[in-house]
Design a binder for this molecule. Structure first.
Ligand SMILES: Cc1ncc(COP(=O)(O)O)c(C=O)c1O
Length: 368
């Protein structure tokens, strides 16, 4: 397969890294004496699989069954196959890998929604790329100016759906219009999508060759310690990424843990329902408290609150040794709070009650 035409120029002269070439060769062998490993010490003595065909098939089966659009047929009208997927060391590696493969240092421009997950800007700056922040607009921050992005003509746009730290979701038409309007890539980070009712952008991959979806096992799948992310895109994008990815990052141990989780999904799916219920109950109670000015409509396992007296609440949380994320540099007086277990949520609520004193006399609907 020819290398993708949007890759960095250096890639046109490079082939796959030598340790992984054999895995993609059409030749077959019974005895592999090419890796200098120790044959006497069992399964983990071998390098991990790099194709993960069966694991990718199971993962696809699981994610295609979550909130499919009405037009989606059970016979997999998405057209996705294992060749459209690449496992990474968390989705953090995924976004770094995309930049290293496609964005030319000191030349290309990257657009990111704002406010959003700070890692997009961080890694883009490390790659000496120019970063343009495009403000999220609307009462519930569900859109942004496509015109502004088109004028910039970026190599990549990073959008997070649902968004971190606001927890809000994007207008689905926005992503499609961006894909149609741009020559560059539209990267949709769906790290939290399993907690939402959003129909994933994976269902549009057959329409747009410049669309890239990032997923992770760190959030809803409960495997942050295992370090596994997934890039889902056109086959030519995945093929290019293989030339740049450090070989063997997805260890045999991690592969076994991911496989286990994908085969037995009952507990995982129940935990998503439990988090959703806890989130809605916590929001309902927080809305009655004087210290809470606003709560963004969350489609994730965290909530963003705007506080009346930021310093007082942060001081009390610190006194009770509860850590939340200070987001006041993006949205004044705001914090992001992850849903913990029931006991932890209760403790947080107690501190918020202590900070607020009495209830609001007339709780206004402030959920936006
Ligand atoms: C939006 C978003 N993307 C990606 C990540 C990183 O995930 P991973 O653990 O897979 O690297 C996070 C983690 O907080 C996140 O919030």
């Amino acid at each position: 397969m020819l290398i993708h035409k949007k890759t960095r120029p250096i890639l046109s002269s490079l082939s796959l890294p030598s340790p992984i070439k054999k895995y993609f060769s059409p030749d077959k062998w019974d005895i592999d004496l090419s890796s200098n490993t120790n044959p006497h010490l069992g399964h983990f003595a071998e390098y991990p699989d790099v194709q993960h065909t069966q694991l990718k098939e199971i993962y696809l089966d699981r994610i295609l069954s979550i909130n499919p659009p009405a037009s989606f047929k059970k016979d997999n009208s998405s057209g996705l196959s294992p060749d459209n997927l690449l496992f990474t060391v968390g989705s953090m590696e995924g976004l770094d890998l995309l930049l290293r493969t496609f964005a030319e240092p000191n030349t290309d421009v990257i657009c990111i929604g704002h406010p959003t997950f700070p890692a997009y800007e961080h890694w883009a700056l490390i790659h000496t790329l120019k970063v343009k922040k495009i403000p999220l607009l609307g009462e519930d921050l569900n859109t942004l100016s496509i015109e502004d992005i088109v004028k910039i003509n970026p190599k990549m746009v990073f959008l997070c759906n649902p968004n971190n730290p606001t927890g809000t979701k994007l207008d689905p038409k926005l992503i499609e219009t961006l894909c149609e309007s741009l020559d560059g890539f539209v990267v949709v980070d769906e790290a939290y999508i399993e907690f939402s009712d959003i129909s994933s952008s994976i269902f549009n991959l057959n329409k747009y060759s410049n669309l890239i979806v990032l997923r992770t096992f760190s959030k809803a799948w409960g495997l942050a310690g295992v370090r596994c992310g997934v890039i889902i895109s056109d086959k030519s994008v995945i093929h290019a990424l293989r030339h740049v990815q450090l070989p063997f990052g997805f260890s045999s141990f991690s592969q076994a843990k991911v496989r286990e989780r994908l085969f037995d999904t009952e507990e995982t799916f129940l935990s998503w329902k439990r988090i959703e219920k806890n989130r809605d109950e916590l929001i309902a109670t927080l809305l009655t408290l004087k210290e809470v000015i606003k709560i963004f409509k969350s489609h994730t396992n965290f909530i963003m609150l705007v506080l009346k007296d930021f310093r007082k609440v942060m001081g009390l949380l610190k006194k009770h040794k509860i850590l939340v994320l200070d987001c006041s540099s993006s949205i004044p007086n705001s914090i992001r709070v992850s849903l913990g277990n029931e006991k932890q949520n209760m403790k947080f609520l107690e501190v918020m009650r202590e900070a607020s004193g009495s209830l609001k006399e007339d709780p206004r609907p402030m959920l936006i």
